[in-house]
Design a protein around this ligand. Structure first.
Ligand SMILES: *Cc1c(COP(=O)(O)O)cnc(C)c1O
Length: 388
């Protein structure tokens, strides 16, 4: 049997998504690609709960390209950015901002926690700031920030707000219009439910204006919103256009994947991921596993970060694989060898048997590593999935 891919991206994809990209590569001017591209852009505004005048972008690349794009378009040398740092991917975007020549203030918490909003406010008030940047779900710790209050802090001060939603978009609540946020970016292989290969983002009018008002040199061409804007406009108007070849198979899959999200409804989908995450947490508890996040209120819907029990180390990940399930090791540099990560987003959350297989594989691997589980623990963990 093919091992089950339960890492925090790439993830198992739905049969419909699989079918959509399993086709000989169409040309980028093929009518069905233009249609799928245009439709995807329109659906993104709704999935992101964004204003009609906001601008979606779909670019071949990964989440890292989307992050670089936000940094390169918005920050000029000498301008200040505040980064709410919750882990590995916050470190990455802080470094990207520094490479733009920005002065970066990082507001940090202990691994597994979120900085207090007052501290973020103090950093914003200390000196003029161009952008506030936060990682919606930091995939290295499974910690989720609450974007609404952060976006409000930024807006109240005329600061742009940028959220890395790479492990969140499509499974965590994000009300781009309601919160008046400026950039919400993601990649195709996480909660959106596609293979890797696409950088996706929706950008506010304000953020596009900030790019246009730029005095420093233009961003590198591939990262420049101004280069891509006419292309996105053309696709939305169902006209052919070319700047750099889109990942055509993935564009077909994108329309299918986004339509699945829209058909369920973004709110219902977030709700389902919330229920799944709650069930997974009770399951971990039953198996005697402790979580990295400091509390359920800061724990993500999309993945769990679990500490190795006493006497168990990173070899556990290999033992879980022997049981036919792929999970991920630790990623946060300060605690890398102390925990492992399990993704629970997208298609897997519609398939309770995938989640119960995961519980079973982890329980067996724990027992092989010498951990004694209570009798019936796996059954009780699995029973929590009945809410799905
Ligand atoms: C995965 C991830 C990224 C990086 O995305 P890539 O597609 O691997 O470049 C960035 N931020 C977060 C929060 C992620 O989970």
């Amino acid at each position: 049997m093919k091992p089950l891919l339960m890492i925090p991206g790439p993830i198992e994809v739905s049969p419909a998504v699989l079918e959509a990209f399993s086709t000989p590569p169409p040309g980028h001017l093929a009518p069905r690609v233009i249609e799928a591209f245009g439709e995807s852009l329109a659906i993104m505004r709704r999935g992101w709960m964004a204003n009609r005048d906001s601008q979606p972008f779909v670019i071949a690349g990964g989440g890292t390209v989307a992050m670089d794009m936000a940094a390169a378009n918005l920050l000029e040398p000498g301008e200040r950015a505040v980064v709410v740092n919750t882990g590995y991917f916050s470190d990455r975007i802080a470094e990207m901002l520094r490479r733009q020549g920005a002065e970066v203030t990082e507001v940090r918490a202990e691994p597994g926690d979120v900085p207090a909003i007052e501290e973020v406010a103090r950093a914003l008030d200390a000196a003029p700031v161009k952008a506030l940047v936060a990682t919606h779900v930091d995939t290295s710790t499974a910690v989720r920030v609450d974007p609404g209050p952060l976006a409000a802090l930024a807006r109240g001060r005329g600061v742009l707000s940028v959220f890395d939603g790479v492990c969140a978009t499509g499974a965590e609540r994000f009300d781009m219009a309601g919160w008046d946020a400026d950039v919400y970016l993601t990649a195709s292989q996480k909660a959106i439910g596609l293979p890797p290969g696409l950088a996706l983002m929706v950008v506010s009018v304000r953020a596009l204006e900030a790019r246009r008002a730029r005095r420093a040199a233009a961003p590198p061409m591939y990262l420049d919103w101004e280069e891509w804007l006419p292309i996105m406009t053309a696709y939305e108007e169902r006209r052919p256009a070319y700047f750099s070849t889109p990942a055509t198979n993935l564009i077909l899959a994108l329309e299918t994947g986004l339509r699945e999200i829209l058909d369920e409804g973004i709110e219902a989908r977030v709700e389902r991921h919330t229920r799944a995450a709650d069930a997974m947490r009770s399951g971990w508890n039953t198996l005697g596993l402790e979580m990295v996040p400091a509390g359920d209120d800061v724990a993500a819907n999309t993945l769990s970060a679990l500490r190795y029990p006493e006497g168990v180390d990173a070899a556990l990940v290999g033992h879980i694989l022997e049981q036919g399930v792929i999970v991920a090791g630790g990623l946060h540099p300060a605690i890398r060898n102390e925990y492992f990560r399990v993704g629970h987003m997208g298609y897997a959350v519609t398939q309770p048997e995938m989640l119960s297989r995961t519980f079973q594989a982890i329980a067996t691997a724990l027992e092989k590593s010498g951990v004694e589980l209570d009798t019936g623990a796996v059954d009780r963990a699995t029973a929590t999935l009945s809410v799905l």
